[in-house]
Design a protein around this ligand. Structure first.
Ligand code: PRP
Ligand code: URA
Length: 208
């Protein structure tokens, strides 16, 4: 498992525990998912490039920095929507593409229903956001789709990853680095992550 970076921090561990707890309401789930995502953005974007520019403080001239990379966020609908605002509050000039996928409940294969991206995918740092990496089918389909649209610099920001999904992405998209808050044990017979946090989309949007 060399492509995954698990971001460890006491505040992240606390928030994962709140998300896992079945008693957490949808309202709190959204708040905590957003907060947890904010804690992760720092690491996911650590290698973004900067350019220098001269600025004047009230006292002197000095060197300042601005971002050199255009960032495109791509939430995988629906659950990825729960992470977008956290990214946008820290990278306000990021643009947002959307990809709609759901897992067929019997085959567990992803079914796509929507895609809309900003231009210049090929020149941007693309961050795919989806809280759950289970079999990896949805993430792999999203990544293939983005590559077909000529994205080359892509990373995946999730919350809970399963070893099965990490292995699939390492095989099918070895160039894509995965960032997660936790690497869980395994999938159950229905393709849900154990111990996991249940169905992320349902918990975010109250469709349980
Ligand atoms: C969830 C999740 C991922 C996918 C992960 O979405 O948000 O997109 O499952 O599973 P996989 O790795 O096995 O593909 P879901 O299909 O439940 O759709 P939703 O977000 O609309 O609820
Ligand atoms: N999708 C989810 O939302 N949760 C899981 O555990 C697996 C797939």
């Amino acid at each position: 498992m060399k492509n995954i970076r698990v971001i460890e921090h006491p505040l992240i561990k606390r928030d994962i525990s709140i998300l896992r707890d079945r008693r957490t309401s949808s309202e709190d789930f959204r708040i905590v998912l957003r907060r947890l995502t904010s804690l992760m953005v720092f690491e996911v974007t650590r290698d973004l490039r900067m350019v220098t520019r001269e600025i004047e403080t009230p006292l002197a001239k000095t060197e300042g920095y601005v971002g050199a990379d255009q960032v495109i966020l791509v939430p995988v609908l629906r659950a990825g929507l729960g992470m977008v605002e956290a990214y946008l509050s820290l990278i306000p000039d990021a643009r947002v593409g959307h990809i709609g996928l759901y897992r067929d409940e019997t085959t567990l294969k992803p079914v796509d229903y929507y895609a809309k991206f900003p231009p210049n995918l090929s020149k941007s740092v693309v961050i795919v956001v989806d809280p759950m990496l289970a079999t990896g089918g949805s993430a792999s389909a999203a990544l293939s789709y983005l590559k077909k649209k000529e994205a080359v610099n892509i990373r995946l920001s999730c919350v809970v990853a399963a070893p099965e999904g990490v292995s699939l992405l390492e095989k099918e998209h070895p160039d894509v680095k995965i960032y997660a808050a936790v690497l869980d044990q395994r999938l159950n017979e229905n393709g849900y992550i154990l111990p996991g946090l249940g169905d992320a989309g349902d918990r975010i949007f109250g469709t349980l």
